[in-house]
Structures are given as structure tokens and as C-alpha cells.
Design a protein around this ligand. Structure first.
Ligand code: GLU
Length: 478
């Protein structure tokens, strides 16, 4: 059998909160690795913390990963040959292993109060009880017997890692009872029974791996290969937390980031190809990504970088895609999008400038039939001009606009004709184009007047210039 095709990797998230961008990055690296080696990517839900685990968080995990375009071959939503894929549905399997470990003496029942946290001193006691003799009325834990020794393994990213068992206090707790396994036991059993070949997870688990190797040896399981990914840091190089910025992947969707931009950005969090290319499609990532190129040091989550990548992808959208992606944001602002052609033309005028899709509704507003000219007349006067001159120029402009046939109302057509006219008559571009833009949009910042007029068409453009003339005539500006 081709060994490449047997690659099996997984993520094992706990559904106890929103889908963190760090989890999305880990999922992506796993997915890319699996696809590159024609293997399987699996989602397994660690929901043993009954109080904190919630179905809606599990739903957010799969929704978030689908949003950025990841696919998996096995998981709680689609099943698979190695299921079930929720730890809460696998307690029977853990119990069997726990009983075997206690039976063989590799683990033992211990009535001492657990003192795991903090480590340091080595646990010794003479509680050792056979499974048949467990006094369930008394609170106990199950500990793995650990001979003091140095454990080493080769991490794909970090190279040789060696830790002495004294560093975590020797015999460690693997279950609170035969029916209540802890993370270390459950993860080792699941990885073994699901034939996981590579465990690709966050650096925060580096020390746990030593315990997992000890457990694998005690259970007679083979050891998967490990790759510990660098932590995500904020710009101050602190562990990325909610305090420093948004960590919920789906919040980025709601803020107007494109899924392909988010996927591309996540790939760069700790990984860079040798030639430092930055823009990658999902397919290109599958071809280029390699765990060997993942860095050891923490990866900085930079919102500015994400914005620039998002801007890039917004610019790449076809008009139809731009409309489709913007649709939820426009609808959220109750914008009537029934005239798809007109809305798309309006969106295109700002496509080059916006950083997120959430900026688009505001731009589209002044292209709508219900647009209200609620700007102040003063705004029509360019800073180097006067109200009287503006009044004159608006009148001349209107004549010009009248003379241009309706089929010439495109950004390019209007630009050629009007600039030639302004320059020949020596009217001054700022003097003329500023009032034209304000007349058409009512804003100090907007797309250029030719683009706007091109989308509005002749009739609406003239109507808006007339409104501007009336405003300035009736205003008492000195
Ligand atoms: N539930 C653990 C986490 O989310 C899984 C660790 C692992 O991948 O083994 O960090």
C-alpha cells in the first residue's frame, strides 16, 4: 500500500466557546497536510467537559471551517468508519482501556487528593487497588505509573524534544474514575483507535506529548508523529487573547472579510514558503505547504496584514461575485437590491478602495433611487472657490451634461469629454469637479464624479445637479 495514502490527521477541539482563529489555523494546517498526502482530515469533538460544552459551539466550529472552505473526510456531522466522533459518545472505549491498565498494574487507583497542578514533587503512595476492589463510595483518581526517565521524541517542527518525567511529578492522573477519563487518556485512546498518523496541534500541548507517549507505551499503541505549531501572538507578542482583538473566526465573516482572504491569511500564521510569496489560493497552498517550513517562534496576528490581503481579494472579485458577497451586508442595512445591475455597477465604483465588504452599504446608499440630498449647500463650494463661481460653474456644467448623449454616460466617456471641456475653457478641475461630485453624492469622500455619473445615468445626474443649483441659490452663503 502507498504509505502516503494512509496519512490520517485530526483536530480535537473542545466546543466550549466561539471558534478561535488559532483553531482555524491548526485545522487549516492539518487539512493542507492531509490533502497534500492524499490522506484524511478528521474532526473529533472533545466534549467531555459537560458543563462547558455546548452544541452551538460545535456547530460554530464546523460552520467556521466550512466558511473558509475546509473539507474533512470524517467528523461528528458526517460520521465515518472510526466513529463516534464525539468523546462523550466514546466513554465505553475509555473505560475498557482504564480497566486494562489497572488490571495490568500500569495504572492504579489512588485515593490521595490529586496534586497535579504545579508539578514538582513526585507522587508516591501505596493506594494501589485492583479494579474489582474499587471502593466507589470513596473519591479516587486513576494514576499512570511512571518510572523516572527522560522521554525524547522528534517533533517535525521543533526537532528533538526531551523532557524528564520529574518535571511533571511522575505518576499522573489519567481519570477521575473509570467513567470519567481525563484529556490525556481520551486523546491517546482516540488517536490510536482512529489510526492517527500525525498529531499537528498547538505548541501549548508540547509538554502533554510526553505524557501521551508514556500512555501510548503503557497501552501498547504505536506513536504518531508530532508537529507542534507556534502560538499565535498579538502585536505586543502576548498570547493572542480577546483583549487584544477579535479572536472569533466567524466575527471576521461578519466584519466583511472574504473567506478566501481569511484562509490565505491563516496559512501565513507561522508558515512562509521559501520565496516569501504571500497570495495563495487554497489549491496552491495544498501544493506549496510543508510542515518543514513552519517556524518555531510565535506567529503575530496582524490585523493590518489581514486587511491588505482582504483588499487584494475584494479587488479580484468579478462584478457578479462582488454582488453576491456584498448581498448580506446590503440586506442587513435594508437596502433594496432588486435592481441587481444598478447595485452591481454602484459596488464596482468602490471595489478598488474598500478594505472590507462591510464598507459597501454606505457607498451604495447614494446610488439608490430614494437618495436624499441632505447635504449642506456650503459643501458644494470648493475650498479655493466662491459661492458665486460655484453657481456659475454648476450652470455651465449642466449645459455640458445636457449635451452629452445618454449612451455616452460611462465613467470613461464622461471623463474624456468633461476634462477636455474644463481644460479648453480653463475652468479649473477642482473648481468644477468638486461641486459636481458633491452634487451627485452629497459627500466629501466618495468615488469620482465620472464614475458616479456613469452609474446614475443622464437623467438622474441632471436631476441632482439641478438640486445643487437650487440649494446654492437659496442658501445665504457669504
Ligand atoms: N482539545 C485540545 C485542544 O483543543 C486538543 C489537543 C489535541 O489536538 O490533542 O487544545
Amino acid at each position: 500500500m502507498n504509505t502516503e495514502s494512509s496519512v490520517r490527521v485530526r483536530i480535537a477541539p473542545s466546543p466550549t466557546g466561539n471558534i478561535h482563529v488559532g483553531l482555524a489555523r491548526t485545522a487549516l494546517f492539518n487539512e493542507l497536510f492531509a490533502r497534500k498526502h492524499a490522506g484524511a482530515f478528521i474532526i473529533r469533538i472533545e466534549d467531555t467537559d459537560k458543563k462547558r460544552s455546548k452544541p452551538e459551539y460545535e456547530q460554530a466550529i464546523t460552520e467556521g471551517l466550512k466558511w473558509i472552505g475546509l473539507t474533512w473526510q470524517e467528523g461528528p456531522d458526517i460520521g465515518g468508519e472510526y466513529g463516534p466522533y464525539r468523546q462523550s459518545e466514546r466513554t465505553r472505549l475509555y473505560k475498557e482501556v482504564l480497566l486494562k491498565l489497572v488490571e495490568s498494574g500500569a495504572a492504579y487507583i489512588c485515593y490521595c487528593a490529586p496534586k497535579e497542578k504545579g508539578g514538582g514533587e513526585t507522587h508516591t503512595c501505596d493506594c494501589s487497588v485492583a479494579p474489582g476492589d474499587i471502593n466507589t463510595a470513596k473519591k479516587y483518581v486513576i494514576r499512570l505509573r511512571v518510572e523516572p526517565q527522560k522521554i525524547s521524541f522528534t517533533d517535525i517542527i521543533r526537532g528533538e524534544v526531551s523532557v524528564h518525567t520529574d518535571s511533571f511529578g511522575g505518576d499522573f492522573v489519567i481519570a477521575r474514575s473509570v467513567d470519567d477519563p481525563l484529556f490525556h487518556l481520551a486523546v491517546v485512546v482516540d488517536d490510536a483507535l482512529m489510526n492517527i498518523t500525525h498529531v499537528i496541534r498547538g505548541e501549548d500541548h508540547l509538554h502533554n506529548t510526553i505524557k501521551h507517549i508514556l500512555l501510548q507505551r503503557a497501552c501498547g499503541y504505536s506513536q504518531p508523529q508530532y508537529a507542534h505549531l507556534p502560538l499565535l501572538l498579538d502585536e505586543q507578542r502576548r498570547k493572542l487573547s480577546k483583549r487584544a482583538g477579535e479572536t472569533n473566526l466567524l466575527a471576521y465573516r461578519d466584519m466583511g472579510y472574504l473567506p478566501q482572504a481569511m484562509l490565505n491569511y491563516l496559512a501565513l500564521l507561522g508558515w512562509a514558503p521559501k520565496d516569501n510569496q504571500e497570495i495563495f489560493s487554497h489549491e496552491e497552498l495544498v501544493q506549496t505547504f510543508s510542515l518543514g517550513d513552519v517556524q518555531k517562534s510565535g506567529a503575530i496576528f496582524s490585523i493590518e496584514k489581514l486587511k491588505s490581503i482582504n483588499k487584494h481579494y475584494i479587488r479580484q472579485l468579478s462584478p457578479a461575485e462582488l454582488f453576491k458577497q456584498s448581498k448580506p451586508f446590503l440586506e442587513q442595512q435594508n437596502i433594496d437590491i432588486s435592481d441587481e445591475q444598478h447595485i452591481t455597477a454602484a459596488l464596482v465604483t468602490e471595489q478598488e478602495r474598500v478594505t472590507t465588504l462591510a464598507e459597501l452599504p454606505e457607498v451604495v446608499m447614494f446610488f439608490l433611487p430614494g437618495w436624499e440630498a441632505d447635504y449642506s449647500p456650503e459643501m458644494l463650494v470648493w475650498k479655493k472657490s466662491t459661492p458665486a463661481r460655484t453657481t456659475e460653474l454648476l450652470a455651465m456644467l449642466k449645459d455640458q451634461l445636457q449635451d452629452i448623449s445618454a449612451d455616452q454616460y460611462s465613467a470613461d466617456g464622461l471623463q474624456d469629454t468633461l476634462l477636455a471641456w474644463i481644460d479648453t475653457e480653463n475652468l479649473g478641475r477642482g473648481d468644477t469637479l468638486w461641486p459636481m461630485r458633491v452634487a451627485l453624492t452629497g459627500r466629501e469622500k466618495s468615488p469620482g464624479p465620472f464614475e458616479v455619473a456613469g452609474v446614475l445615468g443622464k437623467e438622474e445626474t441632471l436631476r441632482r445637479v439641478t438640486i445643487a443649483q437650487e440649494k446654492i441659490t437659496h442658501a445665504n452663503i457669504s
